[in-house]
Design a protein around this ligand. Structure first.
Ligand code: BTN
Length: 249
């Protein structure tokens, strides 16, 4: 049962797609509405951040949402932060699972990645004002189905049972709709506080990798723009999510 106003009210479910984000972009260009959701049981060409491949076996939750928010370009990146907060809150509410966020939006349980979020702008943001939020959750399958990804875990393994993907979808969409409305009401500081309260690694020594460059320092949290704040020996350096990877020391 969906408790949302608009998110998921229009819903497409396919057995297999190359990528729900790619399909959502296509639908958005054809006029897909705010809150439209696309789900695939499997993806044969799922994509992660930085053009990485995203393994999407049957049993996972692979979904994308078309967002046409009332937000400026400067605030667009905050939507992916809001999405990670929404997924963490849904997992806590349904399974009491203490999941943390590794900047910018990897969801981590006990050091293992269980979900990821990919935000992609459609066309020119200023004209089209559309973002696709792709959410991938390793749910009902054993981690071996992910191939070589030893750093990953699945909900089924953690909880010892399968989860109801419909309930999980509904809970995520409800939390996400709430988060997006809060952003539209300019509650940026609150989002920053909520994200930080769920983050892992703040105060720890980390490596930030940008292309061939490696920056070392203490992870001090995020700016109100969602940039990573790194305290280095030469002062504070800020990184935006599109350009870097974060590693523990
Ligand atoms: C990441 O952690 O690198 C982001 C992973 C995002 C995966 C989801 S699954 C649904 C949607 N479709 C895609 O091709 N990618 C996103």
């Amino acid at each position: 049962m969906l408790g949302t106003v608009s998110f998921g009210r229009s819903l497409i479910i396919e057995d297999e797609l190359p990528s729900t984000n790619a399909k959502a972009k296509e639908l958005a260009r054809e006029g897909g509405i705010h809150g439209q959701v696309i789900i695939a049981r499997t993806q044969c060409s799922g994509r992660g951040r930085m053009q990485r491949e995203w393994q999407s076996p049957k049993g996972g939750l692979w979904m994308s949402i078309i967002i046409r928010p009332n937000l400026s370009l400067a605030n667009a990146s905050k939507l992916t932060l809001a999405a990670s907060v929404a997924v963490v809150d849904a997992l806590k509410e349904l399974y009491r699972l203490p999941v943390g966020i590794k900047w910018p939006n990897d969801l981590i349980y006990n050091g293992h990645k269980i979900a990821g979020i990919l935000g992609e702008v459609v066309g020119e943001w200023n004209r089209v004002q559309t973002l696709i939020l792709g959410i991938g959750i390793n749910a009902n399958f054993p981690r071996e189905n992910l191939g070589s990804s030893i750093a990953a875990a699945t909900l089924q393994e953690i909880l010892g049972h399968e989860v109801d993907l419909n309930k999980l979808t509904a809970a995520i969409l409800l939390h996400l709709e709430k988060q997006v409305s809060a952003l539209e009401a300019d509650m940026f500081e609150e989002l920053c506080i909520n994200w930080t309260a769920r983050a892992v690694g703040i105060g720890e020594e980390v490596k930030v990798i940008r292309g061939e460059e490696v920056f070392r320092g203490i992870f001090r949290g995020i700016s109100q723009e969602g940039e990573l704040l790194l305290e280095t020996d030469h002062g504070e350096v800020r990184f935006s999510a599109g350009e870097v990877r974060l590693r523990s020391k």
